[in-house]
Design a protein around this ligand. Structure first.
Ligand code: NAD
Length: 435
């Protein structure tokens, strides 16, 4: 497994858990030494235990020495594939890893690319870089693309259930890759006739999710005009059958973050634009979702103003800094945009998240996180729950030392009607996105 970030760690640990012998390779020497000491950076449910189990059993070992690659039958690659401003692929990691792999590649190996890439990247960049070894794709080594579609916070469960999509540089590569995933993970595998189709599947999934959330976010704004709860509307709107399933509007929120949804639609947009086609939905979805942190920050200011408070004397305590519930990942977290709007307006902001690295949060937000919920919310005019981690589910709001008539801003907690009534009975004013 080459690249031990979110995807690579989860895949490596899962394969080792399924009794395969796995070597994880990463250029980050610090990461490797931490893993060898039993330290797992990632706050993913079940992952630290699974990694430790794999390492203790000897089925999983990690190294920064690529020599290990030569002894593998299958080499799975999951390095980062960010985009530049404008959506073009930043292929630095992918290019570098292929160059290094070309020095260790061996006849008969199967190479499987998992990183999200623009269509054609596996056939052009990856194949040609590996062929610098003198070996030929399809003739001497097998090459396939199988997108990773797991979502952080549910990654390990999804690795055992999500169907896998495979595209090969030739039919044999696709068949062998499909068999590898079928046997190792025991999941359904579907093969695409073309390598590029498998690459597009991943982009299509994230494009759909981002546009769907953008619809939910705009529906939320629309419902707010009428004082209607958007979740009630979505529940009923989703009840009609359509196509092979139902209408399935997702949920609005303070914003879309993470390393995938924020870049993959831009990748689509850029690649199409390069070929003279204007893909509008990808762009519009992004723009709508990118505007949500500002919308949510202003919602807080407006609500507090309506409660008779002036921005210069408001204190807002944000609970949950990660980009979604139950993860410690701060990458492209919408919380940053909310904090920017609030601080620009002169609002005092405090933050807390038990899952994120405090130093990383301070660097991103310019605010040192509070150590506890109580310390963070003391005297606050607003408690903004922007990621509802498991640790926040049992907060006793009645006992929190907040200011009188405190605003509870629900960024993605989706509190039930009963919970909202309970909050109100304790003196809170409740507000959510579209609620
Ligand atoms: P990440 O940034 O967490 O991890 C990338 C890892 O690759 C890092 O540990 C880095 O040190 C390592 N790396 C970089 N260059 C290397 C090299 N030359 N040799 C060896 N290792 C190298 O990225 P991630 O979130 O795991 O994403 C990996 C890919 O999977 C991306 O293409 C992403 O779009 C895609 N993806 C991510 C998710 C997700 O939820 N994070 C989900 C599905 C797909």
């Amino acid at each position: 497994m080459v690249g031990l970030g979110y995807v690579g760690s989860c895949v490596a640990a899962t394969l080792a858990d399924r009794n395969l012998n796995v070597v994880g390779v990463d250029i980050d020497a610090q990461l490797i030494s931490e893993l060898n000491e039993g330290i797992v950076r990632l706050e993913e449910q079940g992952l630290p235990a699974m990694i430790r189990r794999g390492m203790e059993s000897g089925r999983l070992r990690v190294t920064d020495d690529f020599v290990a690659v030569a002894s593998a039958d299958v080499v799975v690659v999951a390095v980062g594939t960010p985009v530049h401003e404008g959506g073009s692929l930043d292929d630095t990691q992918l290019r570098a890893v292929c160059e290094t792999l070309s020095k260790h590649i061996r006849r008969g190996q199967l190479y499987v690319i998992k990183s999200t890439v623009p269509p054609g990247t596996t056939r052009s960049l990856v194949a040609s870089s590996l062929e610098a070894s003198g070996l030929r794709a399809a003739d001497d080594f097998l090459l396939a693309y199988t997108p990773e579609r797991l979502a952080e916070s549910t990654a390990l469960a999804e690795l055992g259930t999500l169907p896998i999509v495979v595209g090969g540089i030739d039919e044999h590569s696709a068949a062998v890759a499909a068999e590898f995933w079928r046997r190792s993970l025991g999941v359904e595998v579907t093969s695409q006739e073309f390598l590029e189709a498998a690459e597009i599947v991943k982009l299509a999934d994230n494009w759909w999710i981002d546009v769907n959330i953008a619809l939910a976010n705009e529906l939320a704004k629309f419902c707010s005009l009428y004082g209607v709860d958007v979740l009630d509307v979505i529940a009923s709107a989703n009840s009609i059958p359509k196509g092979d399933g139902h209408v399935n509007i997702l949920r609005p929120s303070v914003g879309v973050g993470g390393s995938c949804l924020t870049k993959d639609p831009w990748m689509v947009w850029h690649e199409a634009a390069q070929r003279g086609v204007d893909i509008r939905t990808a762009q519009v979805g992004r723009l709508v979702n990118e505007g949500m942190p500002e919308y949510s920050g202003n919602l807080i200011i407006d609500e507090l103003t309506a409660l008779g408070k002036a921005p210069g004397s408001m204190t807002v305590a944000i609970l949950g800094l990660a980009f979604k519930n139950n993860t410690g990942d701060l990458r492209s977290s919408p919380v940053r945009g909310v904090v920017d709007v609030l601080t620009k307006a002169g609002v005092q902001v405090r933050v807390h998240d038990p899952l994120v690295d405090a130093a990383e949060a301070e660097e991103l937000l310019g605010i040192r996180p509070g150590a506890t919920v109580e310390e963070t919310v003391r005297g606050a005019d607003c408690v903004a729950v922007l990621a509802l981690h498991q640790q926040f589910r049992d907060i006793d709001f009645a006992a929190l030392p907040v200011a009188e008539s405190c605003l509870l801003m629900d960024g993605r907690a989706y509190y039930s009607k009963e919970k909202i009534a309970e909050l109100r009975s304790h003196g809170y004013t409740y507000r959510g996105v579209g609620r």
